[in-house]
Design a protein around this ligand. Structure first.
Ligand SMILES: NC(=O)c1ccc[n+]([C@@H]2O[C@H](COP(=O)([O-])OP(=O)(O)OC[C@H]3O[C@@H](n4cnc5c(N)ncnc54)[C@H](O)[C@@H]3O)[C@@H](O)[C@H]2O)c1
Length: 338
């Protein structure tokens, strides 16, 4: 039975990944501090579902708490790490910058130390499409330059990519960094558009539509994303013998067992179309307040996922209507708004 450390197990994506790994017979140690960035009851409800599995154990502690992290891993002896814990959100990073430095930089460094100490087979860590920053060359591919983060959130994720590369190189740890694109689905995050919009729509309040609706996002359905992660676990990067051996479409480092992989849906969705799908499934037309662009935000994202497909044979493809329908069903039952 493979032993996998999943950080962020009480979080949106971490919860789904734990379910998928437990279903295939892995033993999972979930590590999460249940921070109060959003409703802790939702995090507890996700963990309660995971606790039904015999092969799941949970530790509630901060990534920055080296002693707690070391003790948990000494006992569990992880063979693979999927590091999803972190402080997300572009807008929150404007007023709470240090939370991002602590969770995303110090926290990721501590995880890389665990990977080194336990010589894990593969350490996979979450980055974000926000690292493409001011880049306008779309769809974004992993090989393009992205040195223009537009928020501290993006900067800390870019920094964690750099930490991953250096430790992969020096200590020979296979490291894969995922770049996720706007993830949505049941059990989602209350700070993200689907829950914020649903709450406002059901309460008859206006939804806030940024950049006057002129926004495009590569919305990725959570189960598609997690299937991509699950398959990538079995594709650890190998240090290339010669840089010339690296395929043109591969983001593999020329010197280290390190690779960056986009996981998106590969479709640009107009925000107003996303809102229309929500209105259709909620059966209510939204009142809308049109606002300018939020500081730190980008007008569009769009993923090139050909590398994911080449490595794993898989390409996320749940269409928007199906994904929104599943989200709305869950929203109604969880928040009891039927
Ligand atoms: N959801 C998206 O659309 C999206 C897009 C791009 C990148 N990401 C990245 O994917 C990862 C998972 O995102 P998510 O949507 O599941 O977020 P989430 O907030 O639901 O989950 C993150 C979990 O990490 C935990 N956590 C936060 N800081 C911690 C700390 N210092 N120590 C221990 N635990 C801590 C939280 O309690 C939470 O349960 C994050 O790294 C995020 O930045 C998410």
């Amino acid at each position: 039975m493979r032993r996998v450390l999943v950080t962020g197990s009480a979080g949106f994506i971490g919860y789904y990944l734990c379910e998928a790994l437990l279903a295939q017979g892995d033993a999972v140690l979930g590590y999460d501090a249940l921070t109060d960035y959003y409703d802790v009851a939702l995090k507890r409800a996700r963990l309660a579902r995971l606790a039904r599995h015999n092969n799941f154990q949970a530790v509630e502690a901060l990534l920055e708490d080296e002693a707690a992290l070391n003790a948990a891993c000494e006992a569990f002896q992880p063979e693979v790490i999927v590091h999803l814990a972190g402080q997300p959100g572009v807008r929150y990073s404007i007023d709470h910058p240090r939370t991002y430095i602590n969770a995303n930089i110090i926290g990721s460094f501590n995880i890389l130390e665990i990977a080194r100490r336990h010589q894990v087979q593969h350490c996979l860590m979450a980055s974000t499409s926000s690292v493409y920053g001011a880049g306008r060359d779309m769809p974004y591919n992993e090989r393009q330059k992205c040195d223009t983060p537009m928020s501290l959130y993006a900067a800390t994720k870019k920094a964690s990519e750099a930490l991953g590369h250096s430790q992969a190189h020096i200590f020979d740890i296979p490291v894969t960094m995922f770049r996720f694109f706007t993830v949505y689905g049941p059990w989602g995050r209350p700070d993200m558009a689907p829950i914020k919009f649903s709450k406002a729509i059901m309460e008859g309040r206006a939804i806030e539509v940024y950049n006057h609706g002129d926004l495009y996002r590569d919305f990725t359905y959570v189960e598609d994303l997690v299937e991509g992660i699950r398959l990538l676990i079995d594709c650890p990067p190998q240090r290339p013998a010669r840089a010339e051996e690296i395929a043109d479409d591969d983001s593999l480092s020329p010197v280290a067992p390190f690779r960056v992989v986009n996981i998106g849906n590969s479709t640009q969705v107009y925000l107003m179309d996303f809102i229309a799908a929500m209105e259709r499934h909620l059966g209510v037309e939204a009142k809308k307040t049109y606002l300018p662009m939020q500081p730190g935000d980008v007008p569009a994202t769009w993923a090139d996922c050909r590398l994911l497909e080449r490595l794993t044979g898989y390409r996320p493809r749940t269409d928007l209507d199906t994904g929104v329908a599943r989200f709305v069903d869950w929203y109604r039952s969880y928040y009891d708004t039927a």
